[in-house]
Ligand binder design. Structure first.
Ligand SMILES: [Fe+2]
Length: 104
């Protein structure tokens, strides 16, 4: 079943842009799965079921990370912005402001 992942007419988009859009969709789906597992894990009482879901969520972390890395390799401004925000200590909003200007 096709998903409506294009905001513009797909036939007018380059192959690279269509791949980028598909990876954005995949990134969103991985984030959604992480959120769903977070909720299920928080409520699950069965120890084994909880362990399986925790393992599955870990897989989704990996998928999300690979999708994000792919996208950042394709968009230098996005990469530069996130390099100022991710894995840093300090105020997140301040880091975001620095990141916003890093790509200028
Ligand atoms: Fe996944």
């Amino acid at each position: 079943m096709p998903t409506n992942q294009y905001h513009e007419p797909a036939e007018e988009l380059s192959q690279e842009t269509r791949t980028f859009a598909r990876m954005i969709t995949s990134l969103c789906e991985e984030a959604e799965a992480i959120g769903w597992y977070e909720q299920r894990i928080s409520l699950e009482k069965d120890k084994d079921a909880k362990a399986i879901m925790t393992n599955a969520q870990q897989e989704e972390f990996k998928h999300f990370g690979m999708d994000l890395e792919f996208l950042l390799r394709k968009n230098e401004k996005w990469r530069l912005t996130l390099q100022k925000i991710l894995f840093k200590k300090g105020d997140i909003v301040e880091l975001g402001e620095k990141g916003e200007h890093a790509a200028e």
